[in-house]
Write a protein that binds this ligand. Structure first.
Ligand SMILES: Nc1ncnc2c1ncn2[C@@H]1O[C@H](COP(=O)(O)OP(=O)(O)OP(=O)(O)O)[C@@H](O)[C@H]1O
Ligand SMILES: [Mg+2]
Length: 510
């Protein structure tokens, strides 16, 4: 029943009086910061910190299955107090919530309440708390969040459905990342594998080093090799090893370079950005694009309309260009955030533009090749739990002679039959059979190819012979003519002489 102004004044006096007698200071950290739309980073960090470090000391807890979390999150319940100590100072935390005074009926119950944490400490610890304790809480809380989060696999939405005001309609959508591949299950040469693991580990810890040498904290890998040799599996293993999110970028759904840049900006740190089958997904020939632009230019001129500036490399809003992609990986924008790994996969490394895969863009080129014996041993121990067998010798010999992808080898080691019990001998014998068959097929294909080549060569030789004959006939005619007209030396005759010489040489070479 008091007027508002008077009420405010009263509460200010009350606070003043309290602070005169009490030596304690309060800092409030509310859920929604200055930007009303997103939850404050500090609040989330405090929540994570308290649930990790101090929840054991609280009496009232609440358990929730966080949205992006793989396990239960226990945190301090509202209106409870927890105590923390930091460098000898005691700090009290309170969780509380404020209900809005407005009388508006909300569609989403609970949406309107504002939760906040309050940290209370003695006046003499002010500098300590503000200067070191709160930053420490922020850092710890972030680390806890990263540890507890469910890793995610993102894919880009088509730009027609981008809507920044609706959650779930951002530029990326995601599902939990649950690929079980690890470096232990990945079959490849052990030395190569170790080198890759080493490289990844070095990258993860190299924040300061990258800063020192003045490079953006990112690294590019190019995985190349025939189908079924484990390129996608390698990406999953890397993500699991590093504990990173994966952004699977579908280039065909990206309309232009601007969109590509936006997608990049929306990725977070600690992530792997993947473009699979880079040679197939988009036309990256810069030259053809130039031609198109030129054609467009000339059409514009033909219309007689005033021409707007059309630079050859300018993004005309229809396509991702090579230069756009180069900038995506290595331009100024690529330094936003950090701790990103960019991976391209391809079946044909030679089809890629050298600029795209130069060091600095794709720092490490990893070749995934057909199954070697070493790789086979990994598969055998994974699938059959064996490290030795009498058939290994034969398999080694066959693998050296035949190209078989790890995917095919794995398929042979995994008989999918519920009735039959898995029998190692049968599996390995089956693999030997398959290898023999593959070898025969390869030999047959080679023989066929050779026969075709031979046929072709023969046909060519025949054609040449025919040409030779024709030329000779012509020469004969020319000589006849020369005899008739001895005064003028025909240049044609010279040329045909030359031709004959040339073809004679080719024939003799053959
Ligand atoms: N090196 C490997 N180690 C373990 N498993 C493998 C390996 N290579 C292939 N596989 C098995 O074969 C399947 C196909 O492999 P993957 O998808 O990684 O091949 P890829 O190289 O990405 O092929 P593509 O070029 O066609 O995309 C996987 O499910 C995996 O189980
Ligand atoms: Mg693949």
């Amino acid at each position: 029943h008091l007027p508002v102004a008077f009420r405010h004044r009263l509460s200010t006096w009350a606070n003043k009086l309290a602070s005169f007698f009490s030596p304690y200071l309060h800092i409030t950290i509310s859920e929604y910061g200055a930007e009303r739309f997103s939850r404050s980073d500090l609040f989330l960090a405090v929540e994570a910190y308290l649930s990790d470090a101090c929840a054991r000391r609280a009496h009232r807890l609440k358990a929730e299955l966080g949205k992006d979390s793989k396990n239960l999150q226990v945190s301090v319940d509202d209106n409870d107090e927890v105590t923390d100590t930091f460098k000898g100072a005691t700090i009290w935390w309170y969780a509380a919530k404020k209900l809005p005074r407005s009388q508006v009926i909300s569609f989403y119950p609970g949406q309107d309440e504002r939760r906040f944490y309050q940290v209370v400490f003695h006046r003499r610890h002010r500098d300590l708390v503000v200067g070191s304790y709160l930053p420490y809480v922020l850092e710890e809380g972030r680390a806890v969040t990263v540890r507890n989060r469910q890793r995610r696999l993102f894919t880009n939405n088509p730009s027609s459905s981008w809507n920044p005001y609706r959650s779930g309609n951002g530029v990326w959508s995601h599902v939990p990342f649950e690929h079980p591949a690890t470096f232990d299950t990945l079959a490849m040469d052990p030395d190569d594998k170790e080198a890759i693991v080493d490289d990844l580990e070095a990258f993860r810890e190299a924040k300061d080093y990258y800063a020192k040498v003045g490079k953006a904290w990112k690294r590019g890998y190019l995985l190349h090799g025939p189908p079924g040799t484990g390129k996608s599996t390698m990406i999953a293993s890397m993500a699991n090893f590093l504990d990173y999110d994966v952004y699977d970028l579908e280039l065909t759904a990206v309309k232009n370079n601007t969109e590509l840049r936006k997608l990049f900006i929306e990725t977070t740190g600690k992530s792997i950005i993947v473009i699979e089958d880079i040679d197939c997904s988009v036309d990256l020939t810069g030259k053809r694009k130039d031609k198109k632009a030129q054609k467009k230019n000339s059409e514009d001129e033909a219309d007689g309309k005033p021409m707007l500036s059309v630079e050859p490399d300018k993004d005309d809003g229809t396509k991702v260009t090579l230069s756009g992609l180069l900038n995506f990986i290595d331009g100024l924008w690529s330094a936003c955030g950090g701790e990103r790994i960019i991976i391209f996969t391809t079946n044909h490394k030679d089809k890629l533009d050298p600029a795209l895969i130069r060091r600095g863009r794709m720092d490490k080129h990893i070749e995934m090749s057909y199954c070697s014996f070493e790789a086979f041993k990994v598969l055998a121990s994974n699938y059959l739990d064996i490290t030795e067998h009498e058939l290994f010798g034969e398999i080694r010999r066959l693998l050296e002679e035949t190209d078989m992808s790890p995917a095919d080898v794995a398929e042979n080691l995994m008989p999918m039959s519920k009735k039959k019990k898995r029998d190692n001998n049968a599996c390995l014998a089956g693999l030997v059979e398959a290898l023999k068959k593959a070898k025969e097929e390869a030999a047959a294909a080679k023989a066929k190819e050779e026969a075709e080549a031979k046929e072709k060569a023969e046909a060519e030789a025949e054609a040449k012979e025919a040409m030779e004959k024709e030329a000779e006939a012509k020469k004969g005619q020319g000589e006849d003519q020369g005899n008739r007209d001895t005064t003028s030396e025909s240049t044609e005759g010279k040329m045909s002489n030359g031709e004959i010489k040339g073809s004679e040489q080719v024939a003799s070479d053959n």
